[in-house]
Design a binder for this molecule. Structure first.
Ligand SMILES: [Zn+2]
Length: 331
């Protein structure tokens, strides 16, 4: 560890132990699981629009309730090209406040049907927001697929993004049970051929076996959530052996009823099994906390020591290599 990194670690550990949120925010960190406009800064958006988007206060019972919350609290705020630009700026404002040195997000390929410009224009709008708000921050452009969409549609929407280039990661989100994971394999192969990092939401609502199958079939480098893997020592060993990182969002898991108490969050079992984890906010605007608050909450709930949380912070800053392709079996 070079001297500067050591000083960052010491400052971060001191800030955790003294409950100094500003000190935690000042430490370099990266976020790999956040959904663009829905990771925006509440106060900044209130200043810009006059609309105060109060986050979810108590756990919801289903994704349907989540969609109803979004419709009533956010509505059409981020729709159209102007709305989307507002969303990107709000996301970078929150990322800057959170002390992120790198943030990884983007948009669903479906958005090019929604009047936000073509693939190149969408990329340019996000990059313009980054330059306007936090030119020193690294942005990793990420494409998204929705789990319920027909593969033929996804191909149709993905193609102009691949032709335009510049996108470095891909993610799959939405209802985990909408379609079998196999449906998406050819799309992921095409993204892999272009050197993109492969991620998918899995094991948030589904099982440990779903996590293993998604990693195996899509050749994932990282899993969004993946907390169900903690139910299986074999799947955790598989993830650890193949250096697959889980980008975990503790407050999101609490407020969507996936975990009853932060003290019992499965991220501890994953860490103890040697699975590399990062700590993320998912949707800071919806769940009301950024990455820095997540770190502090995990420390104060005695889930991790300050030294362990610093290791997790430093993991987030690593660019992870693609895992080996052979021998990917959980048993
Ligand atoms: Zn997510």
């Amino acid at each position: 560890m070079i001297v500067n990194e050591q000083a960052c670690s010491e400052a971060f550990i001191t800030a955790l132990e003294s409950g100094d949120l500003e000190g935690i925010r000042r430490a370099p960190k990266a976020e790999s699981h956040t959904h663009g406009p829905f990771g925006g800064d509440r106060a900044w958006l209130r200043d810009q629009t006059g609309r105060d988007i109060a986050p979810i206060a108590k756990p919801l019972g289903s994704m349907d309730e989540m969609h109803a919350w979004t419709a009533s609290h956010v509505g059409d705020l981020f729709k159209g090209r102007v709305g989307r630009r507002l969303g990107w700026e709000g996301a970078f404002v929150r990322a800057r406040l959170d002390g992120l040195t790198r943030v990884e997000f983007g948009d669903d390929v479906w958005m090019i049907t929604q009047g936000v410009g073509d693939a190149a224009e969408l990329f340019a709008d996000i990059e313009a927001a980054r330059v306007a708000i936090c030119p020193e921050m690294e942005w990793t452009p990420q494409l998204g697929f929705s789990r319920h969409c027909k593969r033929s549609w996804l191909w149709h929407w993905l193609t102009p993004f691949l032709d335009a280039g510049g996108w470095k990661a891909v993610d799959l989100s939405g209802d985990e049970f909408a379609q079998p994971i196999d449906i998406f394999q050819p799309l992921y192969r095409a993204c892999k051929e272009r050197g993109m990092r492969l991620k998918a939401h899995v094991g948030e609502w589904g099982t440990s076996d779903d996590v293993w199958r998604a990693v195996e079939i899509l050749e994932l480098d990282e899993v969004q959530h993946g907390i169900a893997a903690a139910d299986s020592p074999q799947v955790m060993r598989f993830l650890a052996d193949h250096a697959v990182t889980l980008n975990v969002c503790p407050t999101s898991n609490l407020l969507l009823g996936r975990v009853a108490r932060l003290e019992d969050h499965p991220i501890r079992r994953l860490y103890d099994a040697g699975v590399k984890v990062t700590i993320n906010s998912d949707d800071a605007l919806v769940f009301g906390v950024g990455v820095s608050e997540e770190f502090l909450a995990l420390y104060q709930a005695n889930v991790f020591t300050s030294t362990e949380l610093d290791q997790i912070r430093r993991w987030s800053l690593e660019q992870k290599p693609a895992p080996a392709l052979k021998g990917r079996s959980p048993v």
